[in-house]
Write a new protein. Structure first.
Length: 274
């Protein structure tokens, strides 16, 4: 059973935004079913930044897909502000590592794409796109194409596109995993600045424990499959933080010690299957 740890006072005072009630997810395989997630109980407060870590195959991405409404639980329920999630919605945006940007569109046209799907007027699309390109410091690149941008700039385009739809919840699935350390650090600063300004609720999946401690109000540790919340860590460190801070490193070391136990289980299971 997951340890119960109090949230920081600011987070604890917020209203409940997302509630997962005994959520499990199974997938068919050749001989039956594989359970990816097991009995997930989770509350996320409005404006909270929650990071999720765990070994490969523990169901981290599956969890985000369920909250996004791109998949449905085999058991249990997921609620957003008192409404049961039964499909996708513009109140939740999922940002993948692969980004899903369109190379034949300009930067501004990529940012406008989601708004076009929502039938916003041309003027409002352009105004919002330019506003959020200013937010991510890409105003001078609105007419550029993706092949003209660096990896970090493409990530900022994806972030601007998500922000332009003005979702209540940002779901981020290892968005910075493919970036070099310097670019990742800069995007940490950008994301934290945007989050503090918009007060959006963010769930952020990562393999990097220091990244989770750097960004999160809370860090959830999922067990090796089937994924369960085996521990929750409150991160009361003062913001802004930096990934090289001593306090960040020490907190990450404690989480990583427990994560390694789960990674060892996954390695032993893979070896046994060979």
């Amino acid at each position: 059973m997951a340890a119960t740890i109090e949230l920081p006072l600011a987070a604890a005072a917020r209203e409940r935004k997302i509630w997962l009630n005994r959520v499990s997810r199974e997938f068919p395989n050749g001989s039956g079913k594989t359970r990816a997630l097991q009995n997930i109980e989770l509350e996320v407060r409005a404006g909270e930044f929650v990071c999720i870590v765990g070994p490969s195959g523990c169901g981290k991405s599956t969890l985000l897909h369920l909250i996004a409404g791109l998949d449905q639980p085999s058991e249990g329920e997921i609620w957003l502000e008192g409404r049961r999630i039964e499909g996708p919605g513009s109140d939740r945006i999922l940002i993948f590592q692969e980004l899903g940007l369109f190379p034949w569109l300009t930067v501004r046209q990529n940012v406008e794409f989601g708004m076009r799907m929502k039938k916003l007027s041309r003027r409002e699309r352009q105004e919002r796109a330019r506003h959020y390109l200013r937010v991510v410091h890409l105003s001078h690149f609105e007419d550029s194409y993706l092949h003209q941008l660096s990896g970090g700039m493409k990530q900022r385009v994806a972030l601007a596109r998500a922000l332009a739809i003005q979702p209540d919840v940002l779901l981020m699935d290892e968005p910075f995993a493919a970036l070099d350390a310097q670019t990742r650090d800069l995007l940490h600063d950008e994301l934290e600045r945007i989050w503090s300004t918009t007060e959006q609720t963010i769930l952020f999946v990562t393999h990097n424990v220091r990244e989770a401690v750097r960004l999160g109000d809370r860090v959830l540790l999922l067990s090796y499959g089937p994924g369960r919340i085996m521990n929750e860590f409150s991160i009361p460190l003062t913001r802004p933080r930096h990934i090289e801070d001593v306090e960040v490193a020490l907190t990450a070391k404690n989480i990583l010690a427990q994560l390694r136990e789960e990674i060892d289980k996954s390695v032993r299971a893979a070896y046994h299957d060979e």
